[in-house]
Design a protein around this ligand. Structure first.
Ligand code: JFZ
Length: 314
């Protein structure tokens, strides 16, 4: 862990990106009866969008304005040394041209078939000496084999195959797992053994990848890094490395209605207090359906970078 996490411990500040088929809805789903339901990356679940309809929505997704260079530069300017983007969130939609299934940004969208946003982001971050990592949800709402313990091994094979694609194709510096806490299978959720196996699998693919603790059930012993969410702990849990993840407003995925932006002074104070306690800060942006990061987010990141350059050491 010490060797593997050296850059991560030095870097302290990263950019989280929540981007998926849910971004197409921009936070609003209009039901057949005309009423409106609001949510972000959980919109499919929380607004009970029928599967077929969600697939139709995803088919319209066309983030032509996604600009990897602008994103990587915004990280650089903010003083962020790594970026972690959702490669697949709970909805099950892969943001790269996976060969494992068709529910992905190349095969199931209105997007340019020649583009691959993860490859674009890899190039753009590498050119700026910024590390790139992927969020990957163990919980999958789209794969029919996920919820049933009898068919779960088939899902797991596909998950392993997707992770191998991500590692082979993009050489991520971080794999940020989530959804091991799935409530879809109350009697047989993700087991301790599932977590241990998955972590060992990632190590076998590439031992240099930093893995967060949501890979498994045991939180402190699993993975390299703890993941307190929207909070700043007083002290590390059992000496574990940790990274607070937070939103710039109140949502991970883009919405057109959440204007509850934190001030850049507040965000800078949070970064300093996290760094002072020995933690990392993973600060989230949510690009809109076109792929553009909201102006409000860019401004805040810029202001944080300005403060760091004026008052920081590097
Ligand atoms: C998860 C996701 O469900 C959410 O959409 C987002 O991606 C976030 C970063 O992660 O939500 C969680 C995960 C873990 C906890 C709470 C919410 N937790 O450990 O308290």
């Amino acid at each position: 862990t010490a060797e593997r996490t050296r850059w991560w411990r030095d870097d302290r500040f990263g950019q989280f990106i929540h981007f998926g088929a849910y971004s197409q809805l921009q936070g609003k789903y209009t039901r057949p009866d005309g009423s409106v339901c609001q949510d972000a990356e959980w919109i499919q679940r929380n607004c009970q969008i029928p599967r077929a309809e969600y697939e139709q929505i995803a088919a319209k997704f066309d983030p032509a304005g996604f600009d990897a260079n602008a994103i990587a530069q915004s990280a650089k300017d903010a003083g962020q040394k790594y970026v972690v983007i959702t490669s697949k969130h709970h909805e099950g939609y892969a943001m790269w041209p996976t060969k494992v299934n068709k529910f992905n940004l190349r095969d199931h969208s209105s997007f340019d078939k020649k583009r691959d946003i993860l490859a674009e982001l890899k190039r753009a971050t590498a050119a700026r000496d910024v590390e790139l990592g992927f969020y990957y949800s163990i919980w999958d709402w789209h794969d029919p084999d996920f919820p049933d313990p009898a068919t779960f091994p088939k899902y797991k094979e596909r998950m392993y195959a997707q992770l191998k694609e991500l590692v082979d194709n993009y050489r991520p510096a971080v794999l940020w797992f989530d959804g091991e806490w799935s409530t879809d299978r109350p009697n047989n959720p993700w087991t301790e053994k599932d977590g241990e196996e998955l972590e060992a699998y990632v190590r076998s693919l590439d031992p240099s990848i930093v893995v967060n603790n949501r890979v498994g059930k045991r939180r402190v012993v699993d993975g390299d890094t703890g993941t307190p969410e929207q909070e700043i702990p007083d002290k590390p849990v059992d000496g574990q490395l940790w990274e607070s993840c937070m939103t710039l407003n109140g949502s991970w995925g883009y919405t057109d209605w959440d204007h509850n932006w934190k001030s850049s002074a507040d965000l800078t104070r949070k970064l300093l207090s996290i760094a002072g306690r020995g933690g990392n800060f993973l600060l989230n942006v949510g690009p809109d359906r076109n792929g553009r990061v909201p102006r409000e987010s860019i401004d805040r990141l810029k202001q944080m970078g300005q403060w760091l350059r004026t008052n920081g050491q590097s």
